[in-house]
Design a protein around this ligand. Structure first.
Ligand SMILES: [Zn+2]
Ligand SMILES: [Zn+2]
Length: 889
C-alpha cells in the first residue's frame, strides 16, 4: 500500500462514518502567534475544542501537514540519525467535538487497522492511562485484547493537556510489534524488553487517541468537561513503514525516492557509508520541510519562523557539502518533493517557481557565508602562527557562528585540517561565549538594545495576552473604542504626550489593517484628554491590529475611551481600487485564459497594481477588451455581495483563492454578479457603479512569465485621461492642427524628414567629390607611386571612407591617406590600389600615421582605418604617408 493510498484510505474510512473531510491547514498557524508551526492535527481545531469557534460539523478527519523543529518535540540534530525523527511529517487524525467519545474512538481505530488495513491483531497492543479502567475495558471488549496486551502507563506517556490550564485528559496508544530481532538495550543488559514501554524499536507506537474529558484551572483542580471530545493522531510515515514492511520511515515510498535522487546527484550509493546515509536522509527530510514551509509563506530570515527555516535549509546545504555537492542543489529538491507529493498538495506544484527562487537565493547567500568564514579561519590561523597540537578557541568558533553564521562543525573541520585540536577547553570557551550572548540578548529585550527583535517579542506577548481586536470597519467608518495598550520603540508605554509617535492597540476599530494587498487605513482618534492622527494601520505579532498614531494635541493614556474615525474619501478610493482589482482579475481570465493567476497585488487609494502569470505579452487590443469588460460591469451597476461560508463550500462555487494566504474554516467571499467570486478580507464598494470608470495605465513584464498591469478607477481614472488628453492637445498646438490630425501629421512629417535626409546625403556626396578633385590635383609622385594625402573637412569615419574610395578609384593606381577632425576626435583612412598592396600595406601605413597623432589602428592591405586623439598633430601625421611610400620596396 503506497503512502498516497494510505492517506486516502484513512480519510475515506472516517468519511464513511460521518466525519467531514477538512483540508490540512497552513503550516503557519493562523490563530496562534505563540506557536512556531502547526505541529499536530488538532491545531486548526483548538478554538473548536474550546467552544469559541463553532463549526457546521461535529466530526472531522484530516491529513495535516506538520513541522516540528527544535523545542521539546524534536531535536533537529537527531533528524537523519534515527529511523523516525522528522522535521516535516503528515498526521492522520479523527476528531469529535463533543460528539462520540472513548468507545467509538477505540472501535473506529481498531476497525481501521485490523479490517481496512488488515494488520495482524496478534501484533498489536494498547496502552491506557494508569487508572483509566473505562479505556482498559473497551480494549478488552471492543478489540478483544487480553489483559496481558493492555499496558497501564503513567502521566508522562499517557496524559495530554492543551496547556497549563484548559482541556486535558488521558490518552491511549496503539503499538505495533515490529519484531524481536531488533536490538533492545534491556535485553542486552540481561533484562526483559519492556514492550510498548521500552525505548527500543521492537514495539512501535502508531496511533495516539486523546480523550479530552476534564478542564484544569489555574489551581490545578480538574472538573469534567460537559461535552468530552476526541483528538487522535497517527503519523502517516510510520503507518506507511508498517504497511510496507520497512523498519525505517526513510525506506517508505514517501521518502525513499527523495533519497535516491540525492544519491544520484551526489553519485554515491545509499546504504554503503553510514555517514553518507545520514546526509542523504537529512537532505530528504529537510527538502520536504523547506518546500512546504516556503510554500506556506515562510521565508528564511534571522527571526522566529524564518530563522528555523534558515537553520533547516542550511543544515541540508551543509550535508550536501559533506556529500561533495558544492554547487547549489537544494532548489532542485523542490521538484523531487513535488513529484512525490504534488498530487496530495497541489499548492507545492503551483508555487514551485517562487519556492525554487527563494531556496536558490538562500543557497547563494549561504555559499557567500561559507566563503567569508573560510577566509576568516585562514586569517585567524595566520595570525596565531601554526596551530599544530593547539586547542581550538571556542570563543572564536562562536564568533564565526554567531556573527557570520558559519556552522561550528564546518569550522572545526577546517581548523582540524590546519592542525588544530578540539579539546574540552574548546567546548568550555564556546559555552561561556554563548551564555554571554544570551545575557546580552535578554538585556536587549528589556532595554531596547535590539529594537526590531525585541518589539517582535513584545508583540508576540501582547497578541497572546490581549483579547482579539474587533474589526468593525466593514460596516462603519467610525466607532468608539478603548486604548488597550501603547508601544513606543520596543517598549510598552502607559501614556504618550503631544508630538509623540506611538503604536496604539484598541479593543475595537473601524480601521482596516494592511493585508491582502490593500494598504492600511488612516484617520483620527480623539479622547477626552487628547487627539491623534492615525498615520497607518497594520498587523503585528500575527493577528494584532496596530495603529501608528501621532499625538497632535494633549496626551493619550492606556485605558482612555476614544472616538476613532477612518478618512472616508481615502477609504472610498481604496474600495474603488479593490473592487476594480477583482473585476480586472476576472476580466484577465476571460480575455487571456484561465491560466492567469494572481502573483501579487497592491490596492492603494489612487491606483492599483496587479501582477499575474501569463507567458506572452498582452496586445493592445487585449488591453482594450479587458477595459471594456470591466467598464461593462461598472455600467451595469452590479451589487457587490459579501458572503460568509466555509472554505470547501467557497471553493466548490469556484471562488478564486490566493495561494500562500491563510484561510480559516469560515471565509469571506466577495461575489460580483456572475462575473467574479473571490475569497477576500478587503473593503469593497456596495455597487460596481460607484467605481465610476476604469482605465489601464501601463502593462509590462516584471519577471519571466509574470506581467504587471497598473490601473486606475474613479476620479484617479478621470485624472489619468485628462493628463493624457493634455499631452495630445499640447502636441496639436505645437503642430497648429486639431488633435485628431496629430497621427496623420506626424507620419507626414517623418516622411518629409526621410526625404530631406536623403537629399542631404546626396549633397554631402557631391561635396566630397569636389574636395576629392582638389586633393587629386595635389597628388604627388613618390617612389614611382601616385600619393594623395590630406585633410578632409568635418566628417566621421564612414563619410571619410567614401572619400578615400572615390580618390583611389580616380587614381587608378596609387595610395590615399585622408584624415578629419570632428570635435577634437581624429579619424583616418588609408586606401591602396590592388596593384600596389605588395609594396604598400594600408594597415601598416595607417598604424604609423595614427601613432603620430596619438592613436592606433589597422586593417586590410587595401583599406584601413584608425582613430586618434590629437587633432593639432593631424596635418603633420598625414605628411608621414609620403615617407612611408618613399620607404616602400
Ligand atoms: Zn525493548
Ligand atoms: Zn480582494
Amino acid at each position: 500500500m503506497t503512502g498516497a493510498e494510505l492517506r486516502e484510505a484513512f480519510l475515506r474510512y472516517f468519511g464513511g462514518v460521518g466525519h467531514t473531510r477538512v483540508r490540512s491547514s497552513s503550516l503557519v498557524p493562523g490563530d496562534d502567534p505563540t506557536l512556531l508551526f502547526t505541529n499536530a492535527g488538532m491545531v486548526q481545531f483548538k478554538g473548536v475544542f474550546l467552544g469559541e469557534d463553532p463549526r457546521e460539523y461535529r466530526r472531522a478527519t484530516t491529513c495535516q501537514k506538520c513541522v516540528r523543529a527544535g523545542g521539546k518535540h524534536n531535536d533537529l540534530e537527531n533528524v537523519g540519525r534515527t529511523a523516525r525523527h522528522h522535521t516535516f511529517f503528515e498526521m492522520l487524525g479523527n476528531f469529535s467535538f463533543g460528539d462520540y467519545f472513548k468507545d467509538d474512538a477505540v472501535a473506529y481505530a481498531w476497525a481501521f487497522l485490523t479490517r481496512d488495513l488488515g494488520i495482524d491483531r496478534s501484533r498489536l497492543m494498547a496502552t491506557v492511562f494508569t487508572d483509566d479502567d473505562e479505556a482498559f475495558g473497551l480494549w478488552k471488549r471492543v478489540a478483544g485484547l487480553g489483559d496481558d496486551r493492555i499496558l497501564r502507563l503513567g502521566e508522562k506517556d499517557n496524559f495530554w493537556a492543551m496547556g497549563d490550564t484548559g482541556p486535558c485528559g488521558p490518552c491511549s496508544e496503539i503499538h505495533f510489534h515490529q519484531g524481536d530481532h531488533l536490538p533492545c538495550a534491556e535485553v542486552a543488559a540481561g533484562r526483559a524488553c519492556l514492550g510498548p514501554a521500552c525505548e527500543c524499536d521492537r514495539w512501535l507506537e502508531i496511533w495516539n487517541l486523546v480523550f479530552m474529558q476534564w478542564s484544569r484551572d489555574a489551581s490545578g483542580a480538574m472538573t469534567p468537561l460537559p461535552r468530552p471530545s476526541i483528538d487522535t493522531g497517527m503519523g502517516l510515515e510510520r503507518i506507511a513503514a508498517v504497511m510496507q514492511g520497512k523498519e525505517s520511515n526513510f525506506d517508505t515510498d514517501l521518502l525513499r525516492p527523495l533519497i535516491d535522487r540525492v544519491a544520484a546527484l551526489a553519485g554515491k550509493p545509499y546504504g554503503r557509508h553510514p555517514e553518507d546515509d545520514v546526509s542523504m536522509r537529512v537532505i530528504a527530510d529537510h527538502a520536504r520541510a523547506t518546500t512546504f514551509l516556503t510554500t506556506d509563506g515562510v521565508t528564511p530570515s534571522n527571526e522566529w519562523r524564518g530563522y528555523v527555516l534558515r537553520r533547516i535549509m542550511r543544515r541540508a546545504m551543509l550535508h550536501g557539502r559533506f556529500l561533495g555537492l558544492t554547487e547549489p542543489f537544494l532548489h532542485r529538491s523542490v521538484e523531487w518533493v513535488s513529484a512525490v507529493m504534488g498530487e496530495a498538495y497541489p499548492e507545492i506544484v503551483r508555487e514551485r517557481a517562487r519556492v525554487q527562487e527563494t531556496v536558490r537565493g538562500e543557497e547563494e547567500r549561504f555559499a557567500e557565508t561559507l566563503d567569508s568564514g573560510e577566509r576568516r579561519i585562514g586569517e585567524y590561523h595566520d595570525a596565531q602562527g601554526a596551530g599544530r597540537g593547539r586547542a581550538m578557541d571556542g570563543a572564536f568558533l562562536f564568533t564565526l557562528y554567531d556573527t557570520y553564521g558559519f556552522p561550528r562543525d564546518l569550522a572545526e573541520d577546517a581548523l582540524r585540517d590546519l592542525g588544530w585540536e578540539k579539546t574540552e577547553e574548546t567546548d568550555a570557551a564556546w559555552n561561556v561565549a554563548m551564555e554571554g550572548q544570551r545575557d546580552r540578548a535578554r538585556a536587549g529585550a528589556s532595554f531596547g538594545g535590539d529594537g526590531d527583535a525585541a518589539a517582535a517579542g513584545l508583540y508576540q506577548r501582547l497578541s497572546a495576552e490581549l483579547p482579539r481586536v474587533e474589526f468593525v470597519g466593514y460596516d462603519s467608518l467610525a466607532s468608539p473604542a478603548r486604548i488597550l495598550a501603547m508601544v513606543a520603540g520596543p517598549r510598552r508605554v502607559p501614556e504618550a504626550a503631544e508630538g509623540a509617535e506611538v503604536e496604539v492597540i484598541l479593543d475595537r476599530t473601524p480601521a482596516y489593517a494592511e493585508s491582502g494587498g490593500q494598504v492600511g487605513d488612516t484617520g483620527t482618534l480623539a479622547g477626552r484628554e487628547g487627539r491623534g492622527e492615525i498615520l497607518d494601520t497594520y498587523y503585528r505579532g500575527g493577528k494584532l491590529i496596530v495603529h501608528r498614531v501621532r499625538v497632535t494635541a494633549g496626551g493619550l493614556r492606556e485605558g482612555d475611551d476614544v472616538a476613532v474615525a477612518v478618512a472616508s474619501p481615502r477609504r472610498q478610493g481604496l474600495a474603488q481600487h479593490h473592487t476594480g482589482t477583482h473585476l480586472l482579475h476576472a476580466a484577465l481570465r476571460r480575455v487571456l485564459g484561465t491560466h492567469v493567476m494572481q502573483a501579487g497585488s497592491l490596492v492603494a487609494p489612487d491606483h492599483l497594481r496587479f501582477d499575474f502569470s501569463h507567458g506572452a505579452s498582452v496586445r493592445d487590443r487585449e488591453v482594450e477588451q479587458i477595459e471594456e469588460l470591466v467598464n461593462e460591469q461598472v455600467q451595469a451597476n452590479v451589487a457587490v455581495h459579501r458572503l460568509e461560508m466555509n472554505l470547501d463550500e467557497a471553493l466548490r462555487t469556484g471562488a478564486m483563492a490566493l495561494f500562500g494566504e491563510k484561510y480559516g474554516d469560515r471565509v469571506r467571499v466577495i461575489k460580483i454578479g456572475d462575473f467574479s467570486t473571490e475569497l477576500c478580507g478587503g473593503t469593497h464598494l456596495d455597487q460596481t457603479g460607484q467605481l465610476g470608470f476604469f482605465k489601464v495605465d501601463t502593462e509590462g513584464a516584471v519577471a519571466s512569465g509574470v506581467r504587471r498591469i497598473e490601473a486606475v478607477a474613479g476620479t484617479a481614472a478621470l485624472e489619468a485621461v485628462v493628463r493624457r488628453e493634455r499631452v495630445l492637445r499640447e502636441a496639436a498646438e505645437i503642430l497648429k492642427i486639431v488633435p485628431a490630425d496629430v497621427p496623420q501629421r506626424l507620419r507626414k512629417l517623418l516622411d518629409e524628414q526621410k526625404t530631406l535626409e536623403k537629399e542631404l546625403a546626396t549633397l554631402q556626396g557631391r561635396l566630397a567629390a569636389s574636395r576629392a578633385d582638389d586633393l587629386l590635383a595635389g597628388a604627388r609622385q613618390v617612389n614611382g607611386i601616385a600619393v594623395v594625402a590630406g585633410r578632409v573637412g568635418g566628417r566621421e569615419g564612414k563619410g571619410l571612407r567614401a572619400v578615400a574610395d572615390r580618390l583611389r578609384d580616380r587614381l587608378g593606381s596609387g595610395v590615399v591617406c585622408v584624415g578629419s577632425a570632428v570635435d577634437g576626435k581624429v579619424n583616418l583612412v588609408a586606401a591602396v590600389t590592388k596593384d600596389l598592396t605588395k609594396r604598400v600595406h594600408a594597415g601598416k601605413l595607417i598604424q604609423e600615421v595614427a601613432k603620430a597623432a596619438g592613436g592606433t589602428g589597422g586593417g586590410r592591405p587595401d583599406l584601413a582605418q584608425a582613430g586618434a586623439k590629437d587633432a593639432t598633430r593631424l596635418d603633420d601625421a598625414l605628411q608621414l604617408a609620403y615617407d612611408v611610400v618613399a620607404r616602400a620596396g
